[in-house]
Design a protein around this ligand. Structure first.
Ligand SMILES: Nc1ncnc2c1ncn2[C@@H]1O[C@H](CN(CC[C@H](N)C(=O)O)CC2CN(Cc3cccs3)C2)[C@@H](O)[C@H]1O
Length: 157
Protein backbone atom coordinates (compact mmCIF):
# COMPACT_ATOMS: atom_id res chain seq x y z
CA UNK A 1 0.00 0.00 0.00
CA UNK A 2 1.53 3.33 -0.97
CA UNK A 3 1.11 5.58 2.04
CA UNK A 4 1.04 9.34 1.66
CA UNK A 5 4.30 11.30 1.78
CA UNK A 6 3.07 12.95 4.97
CA UNK A 7 2.81 9.58 6.79
CA UNK A 8 6.41 8.93 5.82
CA UNK A 9 7.59 12.34 7.02
CA UNK A 10 5.83 11.86 10.37
CA UNK A 11 7.29 8.41 10.91
CA UNK A 12 10.78 9.61 9.92
CA UNK A 13 10.52 12.65 12.18
CA UNK A 14 9.22 10.52 15.06
CA UNK A 15 12.24 8.27 14.95
CA UNK A 16 15.87 9.36 14.78
CA UNK A 17 18.26 7.07 12.93
CA UNK A 18 18.63 3.73 14.68
CA UNK A 19 22.14 2.58 15.58
CA UNK A 20 22.70 -0.71 13.76
CA UNK A 21 25.70 -3.00 13.32
CA UNK A 22 26.77 -5.33 10.51
CA UNK A 23 27.84 -8.61 12.12
CA UNK A 24 28.11 -12.32 11.34
CA UNK A 25 24.59 -13.71 11.39
CA UNK A 26 23.32 -16.96 12.94
CA UNK A 27 20.97 -17.17 9.95
CA UNK A 28 23.26 -16.52 6.96
CA UNK A 29 26.65 -14.90 6.50
CA UNK A 30 26.22 -11.25 7.48
CA UNK A 31 23.22 -9.66 9.14
CA UNK A 32 22.16 -6.39 10.71
CA UNK A 33 21.89 -6.14 14.49
CA UNK A 34 20.20 -3.50 16.66
CA UNK A 35 22.62 -1.49 18.83
CA UNK A 36 19.77 0.20 20.70
CA UNK A 37 16.28 -0.88 21.76
CA UNK A 38 13.69 -0.32 18.97
CA UNK A 39 9.94 0.06 19.62
CA UNK A 40 7.26 -1.64 17.51
CA UNK A 41 6.31 0.46 14.48
CA UNK A 42 9.51 2.55 14.67
CA UNK A 43 11.08 3.40 11.30
CA UNK A 44 14.51 1.71 11.19
CA UNK A 45 16.23 2.10 7.84
CA UNK A 46 15.57 2.60 4.12
CA UNK A 47 16.52 -0.07 1.58
CA UNK A 48 18.78 2.07 -0.59
CA UNK A 49 19.93 1.07 -4.07
CA UNK A 50 19.52 1.72 -7.76
CA UNK A 51 15.96 1.48 -9.12
CA UNK A 52 16.08 -0.63 -12.30
CA UNK A 53 13.51 -2.34 -14.50
CA UNK A 54 12.82 -6.01 -13.81
CA UNK A 55 14.14 -7.12 -17.21
CA UNK A 56 17.49 -5.45 -16.47
CA UNK A 57 17.58 -7.05 -13.02
CA UNK A 58 17.11 -10.51 -14.56
CA UNK A 59 20.19 -9.90 -16.74
CA UNK A 60 22.19 -8.55 -13.79
CA UNK A 61 21.12 -11.49 -11.58
CA UNK A 62 22.72 -13.86 -14.10
CA UNK A 63 25.87 -11.72 -14.29
CA UNK A 64 26.17 -11.57 -10.51
CA UNK A 65 25.72 -15.33 -10.27
CA UNK A 66 28.50 -15.82 -12.85
CA UNK A 67 30.71 -13.42 -10.85
CA UNK A 68 30.01 -15.56 -7.76
CA UNK A 69 28.28 -12.74 -5.86
CA UNK A 70 25.69 -15.40 -5.03
CA UNK A 71 22.11 -14.21 -4.87
CA UNK A 72 22.29 -10.50 -5.38
CA UNK A 73 21.01 -7.64 -3.29
CA UNK A 74 17.80 -7.17 -5.25
CA UNK A 75 14.52 -5.97 -3.74
CA UNK A 76 11.40 -6.21 -5.94
CA UNK A 77 9.21 -3.13 -5.55
CA UNK A 78 6.53 -3.93 -8.16
CA UNK A 79 6.09 -5.94 -11.35
CA UNK A 80 8.18 -3.50 -13.32
CA UNK A 81 10.86 -2.36 -10.91
CA UNK A 82 13.57 -3.71 -8.63
CA UNK A 83 16.00 -1.96 -6.28
CA UNK A 84 19.52 -3.22 -6.95
CA UNK A 85 21.72 -2.64 -3.90
CA UNK A 86 24.58 -4.81 -5.12
CA UNK A 87 26.92 -2.09 -6.33
CA UNK A 88 25.55 1.02 -4.63
CA UNK A 89 23.46 -0.08 -1.65
CA UNK A 90 22.77 0.73 1.95
CA UNK A 91 23.10 -1.42 5.07
CA UNK A 92 19.50 -2.68 4.71
CA UNK A 93 20.70 -5.05 1.98
CA UNK A 94 22.21 -7.21 4.75
CA UNK A 95 18.88 -7.83 6.52
CA UNK A 96 18.09 -11.54 6.44
CA UNK A 97 14.76 -13.30 5.98
CA UNK A 98 12.74 -14.84 8.80
CA UNK A 99 9.41 -16.66 8.76
CA UNK A 100 8.73 -14.95 12.13
CA UNK A 101 10.33 -11.57 11.44
CA UNK A 102 10.75 -8.64 13.83
CA UNK A 103 10.54 -6.11 10.98
CA UNK A 104 8.45 -5.47 7.88
CA UNK A 105 8.99 -3.41 4.75
CA UNK A 106 6.68 -0.73 3.41
CA UNK A 107 6.83 0.61 -0.14
CA UNK A 108 5.98 4.32 -0.15
CA UNK A 109 5.79 6.56 -3.19
CA UNK A 110 7.64 9.80 -2.47
CA UNK A 111 7.54 12.45 -5.21
CA UNK A 112 6.53 9.79 -7.73
CA UNK A 113 9.41 7.52 -6.73
CA UNK A 114 8.70 4.20 -4.95
CA UNK A 115 10.97 3.73 -1.95
CA UNK A 116 11.33 0.87 0.53
CA UNK A 117 11.33 1.51 4.28
CA UNK A 118 11.97 -1.03 7.03
CA UNK A 119 9.86 -0.73 10.19
CA UNK A 120 9.89 -2.70 13.45
CA UNK A 121 7.02 -5.19 13.64
CA UNK A 122 7.63 -5.75 17.34
CA UNK A 123 9.98 -4.25 19.94
CA UNK A 124 13.59 -5.22 19.27
CA UNK A 125 16.25 -5.48 21.99
CA UNK A 126 19.94 -4.61 21.70
CA UNK A 127 21.89 -7.35 19.89
CA UNK A 128 18.83 -8.85 18.15
CA UNK A 129 19.21 -9.46 14.42
CA UNK A 130 16.77 -7.54 12.20
CA UNK A 131 14.71 -9.76 9.90
CA UNK A 132 11.77 -9.31 7.57
CA UNK A 133 9.74 -11.74 5.46
CA UNK A 134 11.24 -11.63 1.95
CA UNK A 135 7.94 -12.84 0.50
CA UNK A 136 9.83 -14.39 -2.41
CA UNK A 137 7.56 -15.88 -5.11
CA UNK A 138 7.30 -19.70 -4.95
CA UNK A 139 9.85 -21.44 -7.17
CA UNK A 140 10.84 -24.97 -8.16
CA UNK A 141 14.44 -24.58 -7.01
CA UNK A 142 14.06 -24.05 -3.24
CA UNK A 143 16.38 -21.97 -1.05
CA UNK A 144 16.24 -23.77 2.35
CA UNK A 145 15.36 -21.34 5.17
CA UNK A 146 17.69 -21.19 8.17
CA UNK A 147 15.68 -18.68 10.21
CA UNK A 148 15.20 -21.33 12.92
CA UNK A 149 11.81 -19.99 13.99
CA UNK A 150 9.17 -22.41 15.29
CA UNK A 151 6.84 -21.75 12.35
CA UNK A 152 9.62 -21.75 9.75
CA UNK A 153 8.14 -22.44 6.30
CA UNK A 154 11.28 -24.39 5.37
CA UNK A 155 12.28 -22.33 2.35
CA UNK A 156 12.56 -18.71 1.21
CA UNK A 157 10.78 -19.36 -2.06
N1 LIG B 1 16.43 -17.14 6.56
C1 LIG B 1 17.36 -17.44 5.64
N2 LIG B 1 17.70 -18.71 5.39
C2 LIG B 1 18.62 -19.02 4.45
N3 LIG B 1 19.28 -18.11 3.69
C3 LIG B 1 18.97 -16.81 3.91
C4 LIG B 1 18.02 -16.41 4.88
N4 LIG B 1 17.92 -15.05 4.86
C5 LIG B 1 18.79 -14.63 3.93
N5 LIG B 1 19.41 -15.69 3.34
C6 LIG B 1 20.40 -15.64 2.26
O1 LIG B 1 20.86 -14.30 2.10
C7 LIG B 1 20.42 -13.81 0.82
C8 LIG B 1 20.02 -12.34 0.95
N6 LIG B 1 21.26 -11.62 1.39
C9 LIG B 1 21.06 -10.92 2.66
C10 LIG B 1 22.41 -10.68 3.35
C11 LIG B 1 23.26 -11.94 3.41
N7 LIG B 1 23.13 -12.59 4.71
C12 LIG B 1 24.71 -11.56 3.16
O2 LIG B 1 25.58 -11.88 4.02
O3 LIG B 1 24.97 -10.93 2.11
C13 LIG B 1 21.78 -10.74 0.29
C14 LIG B 1 22.33 -11.62 -0.77
C15 LIG B 1 23.42 -11.03 -1.67
N8 LIG B 1 24.23 -12.27 -1.54
C16 LIG B 1 25.64 -12.17 -1.37
C17 LIG B 1 26.16 -13.42 -0.78
C18 LIG B 1 26.98 -13.51 0.29
C19 LIG B 1 27.32 -14.83 0.59
C20 LIG B 1 26.74 -15.77 -0.22
S1 LIG B 1 25.75 -14.98 -1.38
C21 LIG B 1 23.40 -12.63 -0.36
C22 LIG B 1 19.25 -14.70 0.43
O4 LIG B 1 19.09 -14.68 -0.98
C23 LIG B 1 19.74 -16.03 0.95
O5 LIG B 1 20.72 -16.55 0.08
Amino acid sequence: VAAKDSDLKISLLKSRKKRLKLQRSKIHDWGLLALEPIDAEDFIIEYIGEIIRTKISDVRELQYEKMGVGSSYLFRIDDEHVIDATVRGGLARFINHSCEPNCYTKIITVEGQKRVFVYAKKSITIGQELTYDYKFPLEEKKIPCLCGSKRCRGSLN
